[in-house]
Design a protein around this ligand. Structure first.
Ligand SMILES: [Zn+2]
Length: 125
């Protein structure tokens, strides 16, 4: 786990969260897909770094303006293999463990920022 600091490149893991968010990744594997909750793996076309993208939408019954959240967590090749084996039923505890102390990108209605850890996954719907 020593290479963690070296994950990604300036495009996908640079200091500017807005730029990292705007950087277009290549979709790879889909682990889970539903209307309010999606987990997929994608890859940086520049450096090959794999990321897990977690999308959660919380349905607001009153307003219909549903809050949406994205997390983008870099993963190693070994972690990607393990997650591919969980396609259809990804282990959320495992994902939160990976994101517990790892920098990842968070995006929601309030903006885009880097988070140092503490990845929380709460299926919406
Ligand atoms: Zn990259």
């Amino acid at each position: 786990m020593d290479e963690e600091e070296r994950m990604g490149c300036d495009q996908c893991f640079g200091e500017d969260p807005e730029a990292a968010w705007a950087w277009k990744h290549e979709p790879a594997e889909c682990l889970l897909e539903s209307s309010h909750f999606e987990i997929s793996i994608e890859v940086c076309p520049a450096c090959g770094q794999a990321f897990v993208r977690i999308f959660t939408e919380f349905v607001d019954w009153e307003e219909g303006d549903d809050p949406q959240y994205w997390d983008l967590l870099p993963i190693s090749a070994a972690e990607r293999e393990k997650l591919k084996g969980q396609a259809g039923q990804p282990d959320l505890d495992y994902l939160m463990e990976l994101g517990a102390e790892r920098r990842h990108l968070k995006a929601d209605d309030h903006g885009i920022r880097w988070a140092g850890g503490g990845l929380m996954i709460m299926p919406g719907g």
